[in-house]
Design a protein around this ligand. Sequence first.
Ligand SMILES: *[C@@H]1O[C@H](CO)[C@@H](O)[C@H](O)[C@H]1NC(C)=O
Ligand SMILES: *[C@@H]1O[C@H](CO)[C@@H](O)[C@H](O)[C@H]1NC(C)=O
Ligand SMILES: *[C@@H]1O[C@H](CO)[C@@H](O)[C@H](O)[C@H]1NC(C)=O
Ligand SMILES: *[C@@H]1O[C@H](CO)[C@@H](O)[C@H](O)[C@H]1NC(C)=O
Ligand SMILES: *[C@@H]1O[C@H](CO)[C@@H](O)[C@H](O)[C@H]1NC(C)=O
Ligand SMILES: *[C@@H]1O[C@H](CO)[C@@H](O)[C@H](O)[C@H]1NC(C)=O
Length: 326
Amino acid sequence: MKAPRPDSRQHSSPRLTFAVSSIFFLIFLCIITSINELRFEGLVKLGWSALSNNFYTCFTNTSIANNISTSPAPELRILLGILTLPDQYQRRHFLRLIYGTQQVPLSAQVDVKFVFCNLTKEDQKVLVALEIMRYNDIIILNCTENMNKGKTYTYFSSLPEIFSGTADDPNPPYHYVMKADDDIYIRLNSLVESVKPLPREDLYYGYVIPCSSMNPFVHYMSGMGYLISWDIVEWIRTSDVPVNHTEGPEDRIFGDWMRYGQRGKNRYNAKWSMYNFPVPATKCTHELWPDTVAVHLLKNQEKWIQTLKYFNVTNNLKPSKLYHIP
Ligand SMILES: *[C@@H]1O[C@H](CO)[C@@H](O)[C@H](O)[C@H]1NC(C)=O
Ligand SMILES: *[C@@H]1O[C@H](CO)[C@@H](O)[C@H](O)[C@H]1NC(C)=O
Ligand SMILES: *[C@@H]1O[C@H](CO)[C@@H](O)[C@H](O)[C@H]1NC(C)=O
Ligand SMILES: *[C@@H]1O[C@H](CO)[C@@H](O)[C@H](O)[C@H]1NC(C)=O
Ligand SMILES: *[C@@H]1O[C@H](CO)[C@@H](O)[C@H](O)[C@H]1NC(C)=O
Ligand SMILES: *[C@@H]1O[C@H](CO)[C@@H](O)[C@H](O)[C@H]1NC(C)=O
């Protein structure tokens, strides 16, 4: 750096020059450290703001400064378990796109996991393991793939053990656990908004069955996707009501558990924000509309595309010289 010109300051002394130089030297050191701490692409992407942020941290290394980059713990944690089969590679790939491009507010956390039973083929051991290495979003339960023989029971009752963390981990690990089909499109933000005001305990949330009913206390919630509070998950693990009734149509049986065990005192009917994809001449649904938490029965690509288009999911695509999508 340049020393002050002799005539610019009458009282410039060697001592002052030394002090000024030292300060600039410190700043220089700090910048170098900051740059080292930042990864190169981060620096390029965030540019000056990242640099100055780090720079700030450098000079104000207080507890507040240390906390600048760590966002507050989310106030609402939801586990979304999508029950599927090991061989459904394409489906998982597609759903990762669907959920990976949704953002929930920082105050909430929605963990999407794919859930299935024991692997049975040699190629699965390689392919599923690779998926886990890349995405870490798979739960393999200790069961044999089955329909109506207790996969739902195994799912819920295994969770407390699977997520039993250390004392530092949040307790409960999730406030709510959802079980969903792999042909449903869930809008995570709408789900969070809809669940936020509801009780954190003894909650049973979903699309009421039968479809003509709007009373959540009569029967059960459709298997398209329902959500329960963590205390019910723990109850399923410990009570002998569910374990004695595991065979039969899973979601109806779930309703029986709630009734026999007198659980789910808080219930919420998410109809008509959850509904089946409208096909002409089907009853008990309606056209796609903005106030939507989930659309079910997306059995083919055409229905998915129609739904995704309706909800403008690609509107936030950033313009770039790399591509052009009309
Ligand atoms: C702040 O100081 C603490 C201990 O004095 C150190 O462990 C931490 O790495 C420093 N943080 C930064 C961002 O320099
Ligand atoms: C950072 O913030 C969290 C909660 O927001 C707090 O528990 C923690 O003690 C803070 N860390 C420091 C170093 O102050
Ligand atoms: C898995 O389930 C089988 C039979 O259902 C049981 O014998 C075995 O102990 C279980 N294994 C683990 C690790 O829980
Ligand atoms: C599932 O696989 C594990 C080993 O990976 C085995 O211990 C367990 O018995 C199997 N469970 C069933 C129900 O087959
Ligand atoms: C569950 O089944 C066991 C054995 O069949 C029986 O002893 C127990 O009373 C049953 N519990 C309930 C709540 O039905
Ligand atoms: C999608 O975008 C169109 C055009 O901007 C708008 O009219 C429509 O309301 C949006 N749909 C939803 C569900 O937000």
